[in-house]
Design a protein around this ligand. Structure first.
Ligand code: MOS
Length: 731
């Protein structure tokens, strides 16, 4: 086949769903108007550990409009079959209302169903639950650790002993919550034995498998619909208990039920980025070439599931190091189970590793970029594979040039602007994007328009738009003649909308389906005696604006409409697939970035302000530059939040989250965000996938926090090894 001209791909287009969003016509989970829907409000545990001794529902049930209160004392037993299909970590998942145990503060213990939201809310406040409570264990620093997962190559302890330069550094990162704009919500409706849910989820297929498992249904009896997701950052990668609560309530009441989590409930009803302690010992020669690295990590998980983030990967491949050992401990606590949050694993690993590299640079008096260049590995030392593309050197060169790195006086505390100490810092980033199998289907209609479908979500990256761009170019249609549909488990299955893989895997499946449809049309034309293309070699035909013609000869050709009409075809259609990462792997495949930032630190108040930031990214081909920028700037904002503001605070006396609201959990606002800029290295990753993309969504948060911490050190001479970096720590 002749390669198609690319006019939509690579163009800085606005969102195809932008108008729907700004006019309120893009419906989020709770906004679907399902006839006869009742309202449900969850009652959550007010103790951090223990047993429920009684549930008094009388006052609630007497309240006008309240129809039912469901709790462990009256709930039916549910099958809760095992399910590997919804990102459920190893362990025994929370089974709502199946027993009297309280495993964490905020666990759902009852649900009130009423004819109005107000009645359900008031009814929930009237439910009296009594507990036999004990003190929960919620402090990472003061709990038993599990046996670690280990990794080793060479002899790291010996390498450390022999290294002339040694650092022993411990970094701490607090718990963070995703806090998407749209709260998690579910509407559940039963039609006989079939369940339909409108749900906020990053994975309709995963939620479908989980609901089928919880209720013991065949997969095809569950349909999950989620056309718009108002932000996720990872919080929707799993089907959480409230979704089952909504479905259970709907089944019991024999009416559709809508359940919207409150802001507060999001802090224990969905996941979070676990807190970490990360001790890193580095040994290098006098030129800063690493000889050994020993990583010891501890992270929160729940008492009932072993959540495992990819915290170990970066330390195994990022810098050339002959001797490496790692021990990663999970620490079971009386909390709900964590889940991936933006740039999962790599974001926190990079805070430790990239801060430590900056400390090593200072120790040796070597420029931080030069130190990193001296440690660039020629191949992936964890598996011996060549890199697919690893263009970090270019990230450094371009970033240094565009940011004015060479004007930086390397001495800490060397630059002032009034009361402000000014510092410039940088950090590198790496992320391991997912590449799981995905499917799509495409139908080209006789009127010259096309519809492509896949089950994936769009939580904000612009999937509707970027997939339409891929389909439009592959079919040779204009953007407005292509519609992309997503967010329904009836569409061809796709993996989770996360791990930076949607563009890669869904895009490759869409491309495959569109290529097949175009091939069908071309074959039809060149074999059709009545076509002006009769006899032209198929490999020479391209399609542009819905018109098939030989490459370089637009005068000879015909439109899809004419071709299909003459052949009495209503449509052409094809299924497409992406098979997943090549097995066995031939290349080591990661996305990369380098973050540069300038901060001001108020010398008297300790206040840190980011003044400017630049990210330079090696992410392969960029399909949709305007949306890529939206991702990159959003990732930087997330990183600024993690670096300076975000901190979930737990009261260890009873396991309560103290700041479970957006008024008290600080996230950046516009006034916190300065001049941000993103640059993407041109080119594609030919080994990545048929589209040549590596994905943007996660890498853009990696490296932001250490770049800021390194800039703060440059500004003040103070090394803060804890996130967030607070004024208190700097005074
Ligand atoms: Mo991303 S943390 O996989 O939504």
């Amino acid at each position: 086949m002749s390669p198609q001209p690319q006019s939509a791909v690579g163009a800085p287009l606005s969102r195809v769903d932008g108008r729907l969003k700004v006019t309120g016509k893009a419906l989020y989970a709770a906004e679907h108007d399902i006839e006869g829907a009742l309202h449900a409000v969850i009652v959550d545990a007010s103790v951090g550990r223990g047993r429920i001794t009684s549930v008094d529902t009388r006052a609630a049930e007497q309240h006008a409009g309240v129809l039912r209160v469901i709790h462990h004392g009256n709930a039916p037993k549910l099958p809760y079959r095992d399910n590997a299909g919804s990102n459920n970590p190893e362990g025994r998942r929370l089974r709502v209302f199946q027993d009297d145990r309280v495993l964490f503060h905020g666990q759902p213990v009852a649900v009130v169903v009423a004819t109005s939201l107000e009645a359900a809310q008031h009814g929930a406040s009237l439910v009296k639950v009594r507990y036999a409570a004990s003190t929960p264990s919620t402090d990472l620093a003061d709990a038993e650790r599990d046996e670690p997962t280990r990794y080793a190559r060479g002899d790291a302890e010996a390498g450390l002993r022999e290294a002339p330069v040694r650092l022993d550094l411990t970094y701490r990162m607090v718990r963070n919550h995703h806090n998407p704009m749209e709260p998690h919500a579910t509407i559940a409706r039963w039609d006989g034995g079939k369940l339909t849910v409108w749900d906020k989820t990053q994975w309709v297929v995963g939620t479908q498998t989980e609901l089928a498992a919880v209720f013991g249904l065949p997969l095809e009896s569950v349909r999950v619909i989620s056309p718009f997701v108002g932000g996720g950052f990872g919080s929707g990668l799993r089907c959480w208990p409230h979704t089952s609560v909504a479905a259970l309530a709907a089944r019991e009441l024999k009416r559709p039920v809508k359940l919207v989590m409150t802001r507060r409930q999001l802090y224990f009803g969905t996941g979070f980025r676990p807190a970490y302690e990360y001790r890193l010992r580095l040994g290098s020669d006098r030129r800063g070439r690493l000889r050994a690295a020993v990583h010891e990590m501890s992270a929160e998980t729940s008492s009932y599931e072993k959540f495992d983030e990819s915290i170990m990967g970066a330390g195994q491949m990022f810098y050339s190091t002959p001797n490496v050992s790692q021990a990663y401990h999970k620490v079971p606590l009386d909390v709900n189970t964590p889940l991936w949050m933006r740039g999962p694993g790599f974001t926190n690993a990079s805070f430790a590793i990239e801060s430590a590299m900056d400390e090593l640079a200072v120790e040796l008096g070597v420029d931080p970029i030069e130190l990193r260049l001296r440690n660039e590995p020629p191949e992936d030392e964890s598996n011996g594979l060549p890199w697919s593309t690893r263009r970090l050197r270019e990230c450094y060169t371009v970033g240094a040039r565009e940011f004015g790195w060479d004007r930086r006086d390397p001495r800490p505390r060397s630059t002032r602007d009034g009361d402000w100490l000014i510092g410039i810092g940088m950090a590198a980033g790496v992320y391991d994007p997912g590449r799981f199998p995905a499917q799509a289907r495409v139908r080209l209609d006789a009127d010259g328009t096309a519809v492509a479908e896949a089950a994936t979500s769009d939580m904000g990256p612009g999937t509707y738009t970027s997939q339409t761009q891929v389909a439009a170019d592959a079919l040779g249609l204009s953007m407005r003649n292509v519609t992309f549909r997503l967010g329904d488990s009836r569409y061809p299955p796709t993996p989770p909308h996360g791990a930076s893989m949607t563009m890669t895997v869904v895009g490759s499946a869409v491309l495959d389906a569109c290529d097949k449809v175009r091939e069908q049309a071309v074959k039809l034309a060149v074999e059709d005696e009545e076509s002006p293309l009769y006899g032209v070699p198929a490999a020479e035909v391209i399609v542009r604006n819905g018109r098939l013609h030989p490459r370089g000869n637009p005068a000879r050709g015909e439109s899809y409409q004419r071709l299909l009409a003459r052949n009495k075809l209503t449509h052409l259609a094809a299924d497409g697939a992406y098979a997943g990462a090549p097995q066995p792997a031939r290349h080591s495949y990661f996305s990369y970035g380098a973050v540069f930032t300038e901060v001001g630190v108020d010398a008297r108040l300790g206040l840190v302000r980011v003044r400017r930031m630049l990210g330079v990214y090696d992410v392969g081909r960029v399909i949709s530059p305007k949306l890529a920028d939206s991702q990159a700037l959003g990732g930087m904002v997330g990183g600024i939040g993690q670096a300076l503001l975000e901190h979930t605070v737990t009261d260890h006396r009873d396991g309560r989250i103290v700041n479970a609201s957006l008024a008290d959990y600080l996230v950046p606002v516009n006034a916190d965000i300065p001049d941000l800029r993103a640059i993407y290295l041109e080119g594609e990753d030919p080994d990545a996938d048929p589209l040549g993309v590596k994905g943007i969504g996660e890498i853009v948060q990696v490296g932001v926090a250490p770049a800021i911490a390194n800039a703060v050190h440059h500004a003040t001479g103070r090394r803060i090894r804890e996130l967030p970096l607070t004024a208190e720590a700097l005074l």
